[in-house]
Design a protein around this ligand. Structure first.
Ligand SMILES: Cc1cc2nc3c(=O)[nH]c(=O)nc-3n(C[C@H](O)[C@H](O)[C@H](O)COP(=O)(O)O)c2cc1C
Length: 168
């Protein structure tokens, strides 16, 4: 598989921890990790395979660093690139906006000629609504480090196994 660039934003370190778990699943692949605080359009454009991940804060709002990164994401030439998104949230405390970050990023990139990979079943998640559901599936992987901690390992393995087949 070609190298993968993972770009993440994290306030309390939970998304950062998940990035490491995701990286650990790819044994024979070059994985480069970027905190979006220090990432540029050039960094994004280096990769044919990109994973984007961040948490949801406020109501339907992206994590602060990722919010500031949006112009970079929008201006980068991402045409033809495979993109997978994951989002970290809390389904017990924020059931009506669970892991909205995935859907917000997805919508922002729609129409830019990217190829989305890594949609994930809603089965097993308990929440009321999320901006991250299209055609009855999550358009990326939701991770709940606050309420569903024990399920995350299996979800990450399932998701990365899919990515190994679908990334370039
Ligand atoms: C003020 C506040 C608002 C939040 N809003 C949401 C939300 O709308 N939806 C959600 O799924 N999680 C929400 N969360 C939960 C965070 O996304 C969650 O704790 C996440 O693990 C933080 O990850 P990070 O440390 O990588 O930023 C919120 C947390 C706080 C403290």
């Amino acid at each position: 598989m070609k190298p993968v660039g993972i770009f993440y934003g994290s306030t309390t370190g939970k998304t950062e921890k998940i990035v490491q778990h995701i990286k650990d699943q790819f044994h024979n692949t070059c994985i480069d990790i970027y905190n979006v605080k220090n990432a540029s359009e050039k960094d994004l454009e280096k990769y044919d395979n990109i994973i984007l991940g961040t948490s949801t804060w406020g109501k339907a709002e992206l994590q602060d660093d990722f919010k500031k990164f949006l112009p970079v994401l929008q201006n980068a030439n991402l045409k033809g690139k495979k993109i997978a998104i994951f989002g970290v949230g809390d389904s017990s405390k924020y059931p009506v906006s669970f892991a909205d970050s995935i859907g917000i990023i997805f919508e922002l990139l729609e129409g830019k000629g990217v190829i989305f990979v890594g949609e994930f079943s809603i089965k097993g998640y308990e929440f009321e609504s999320s901006l991250s559901i299209f055609n009855n599936s999550f358009v990326g992987l939701p991770i709940d480090e606050d309420s569903d901690c024990e399920l995350n390992k299996a979800r990450i393995t399932m998701w990365t196994d899919m990515l190994k087949v679908n990334l370039n």
